[in-house]
Design a protein around this ligand. Structure first.
Ligand SMILES: Cc1cc2nc3c(=O)[nH]c(=O)nc-3n(C[C@H](O)[C@H](O)[C@H](O)COP(=O)(O)OP(=O)(O)OC[C@H]3O[C@@H](n4cnc5c(N)ncnc54)[C@H](O)[C@@H]3O)c2cc1C
Length: 474
């Protein structure tokens, strides 16, 4: 799913010029104080498959820590996991506003992918490096599941990127052959070969990445809770961080107590702006998604989905889908209606799921276009998740602050299942002052193009998406 940025049109250039101009109003807008995070419940298929999970107790006292992690998704939990294994003597605290995997990590499409969403450097060295890092990340996730015998439903039989245009399919064919020459195992399938494996209408070919797969993120994150506790991590759920006061000792304020920590990790992705951090770097984008009831073997045969864990298409408003071991089709994206930005950086979609009924119908129609036999399948789950979006669609990972003790990994956009799990390894290395492996990657310690504050942010998003049918990208 890596794609170079398209050549900007006049509309792109005008609107992006306006973005840069209006971003200059930040010195005024930055005076708006942080506010408590707005976080709704996770109603996803994935969460429904952790029926025995109950959130742990909130923080009710003042405590100290060597490292305090804010956010209990892939990023926070992978950091707690890798850090506490490397530093078993240090006091690690994880603070989660609601329950582990309540955010995007427990609400996504389940595709565990290689690559970055955006590759600014297409040199053979960078292509190999990024593929090696992400495929090692997928292997690490599988090793962790194996090592701790976690009850996580996962598939390892590859995913497809499919092409809706013959010319783009040919270009993808050439690229897959080039990648093979570099030792990357992706393979091009022409439309006849693709049809035998996954019979999608309106596609001219696809690229199979056999190293990728699918995972129930809620089961992974929640399954790791007893492992983390065993490794000495103190986990407080129902504990939103309301305020961060930086210094040699950082103070985190929560409703029931304070944490005084030598270092912190911001692992709050789309919710980060509410903490007063990175408000000009990422914006919360709501992504609507659904899952069918489980398919019978007969329904699956009629549908033509014979092989592979999932697919995504080559369009800007990416349509993506996976088929779970339990037989549910999970489907999202494919149109402007599948994504929404709400004025004022709201991080819970107002009135969902009732308010999303019309939007969901449009997403369901996209699935029916690709898989006509799916039109008769009942939908069993509909939910919305909050993405943390950057303008170039790559995350920001690094360390900042006067004391260099504020670590962060945020802005994974729609491509974080693998990368947010790698983030825990990166941050543990950065803490250890051993970051050589990550230096020069376009996600580590990079600059970003600033987003404008409100009202320009909302107006810009609405104009851009309506005029171009795409989401903003720089
Ligand atoms: C609908 C949807 C589909 C997606 N599909 C895919 C896909 O198929 N493949 C893919 O690679 N990626 C996908 N993604 C993206 C991927 O899920 C995310 O990039 C990834 O889960 C980010 O993990 P995270 O831990 O950084 O953030 P999150 O999982 O959002 O975790 C952040 C956590 O921080 C907590 N929090 C927030 N504020 C506070 C606070 N003040 N105090 C304490 N806790 C706080 C939240 O409750 C939340 O649990 C999808 C995302 C969505 C929403």
């Amino acid at each position: 799913m890596s794609s170079p940025a398209p050549t900007p049109s006049l509309t792109d250039r005008l609107l992006l010029g306006a973005t840069r101009l209006t971003a200059k109003t930040w010195p005024l807008a930055a005076r708006i104080p942080p506010r408590p995070p707005e976080i709704d419940d996770n109603e996803s298929l994935w969460a429904s498959q952790t029926p025995d999970y109950r959130p742990g107790a909130p923080l009710r006292e003042t405590i100290t820590a060597d490292l305090a992690i804010i956010g209990g998704g892939f990023t926070g939990v992978s950091t707690a996991y890798h850090f506490s294994r490397r530093y078993p003597g240090k006091r690690v605290v994880l603070l989660e506003a609601k329950s582990l995997a309540n955010g995007a990590s427990g609400r996504n499409g389940g595709l565990m992918l290689n690559w970055l969403a955006h590759m600014p450097d297409h040199s053979p060295e960078m292509i190999c490096r990024v593929y090696q890092i992400t495929s090692a990340g997928i292997r690490t996730i599988r090793e962790i599941i194996e090592r701790h015998q976690l009850p996580v439903s996962t598939r390892s039989d590859g995913t497809l990127t499919v092409y809706t245009d013959a010319q783009r399919a040919e270009a993808a064919h050439a690229e897959a052959e080039y990648h093979q020459g570099l030792g990357i195992p992706t393979r091009y399938l022409d439309s006849a070969a693709l049809k035998r494996q996954l019979d999608l209408q309106g596609v001219s070919g696809g690229v199979l990445d056999p190293d990728s797969g699918q995972i129930n993120g809620a089961q992974l994150v929640r399954g790791l809770r007893p492992v983390l506790i065993e490794q000495g991590v103190a986990i407080y759920e129902g504990t939103p961080v309301l305020r961060i006061r930086e210094g040699a000792t950082i103070t985190l304020t929560t409703p029931g107590g304070e944490v005084r920590a030598k270092a912190i990790v911001i692992a709050t992705n789309g919710y980060t702006g509410a903490l007063g951090y990175f408000r000009d770097a990422i914006f919360p984008l709501h992504s609507h998604i659904f899952a069918t009831a489980p398919l019978t073997a007969e329904q699956r045969a009629t549908l033509g989905w014979h092989q592979h864990a999932g697919f995504s298409d080559d369009l800007d408003r990416i349509a993506y889908s996976s088929l779970t071991n339990e037989g549910h089709i999970v489907f999202g994206g494919g149109s402007n209606q599948a994504y929404d930005y709400c004025f004022g950086n709201r991080t819970a979609y107002p009135g969902a799921p009732a308010s999303t009924a019309n939007l969901m119908r449009k997403i369901e129609a996209t699935m029916h276009d690709y898989l006509p036999a799916s039109a008769s399948l009942p939908v069993a789950y509909r939910w919305t998740g909050t993405l943390g979006f950057t303008l170039n669609r790559n995350p920001l990972i690094g360390v900042r602050g006067e004391q260099k003790n504020v670590y962060y990994a945020i802005g994974f956009c729609g491509h974080g299942v693998t990368l947010a799990n790698v983030a825990g390894q990166i941050l543990t290395d950065v803490y250890s002052r051993d970051d050589e492996h990550w230096r020069g990657l376009p996600i580590y310690q990079t600059d970003y193009v600033p987003l404008p504050p409100e009202p320009f942010r909302w107006l810009g998003y609405q104009m851009y998406t309506r005029l171009t049918g795409r989401s903003p990208r720089l």
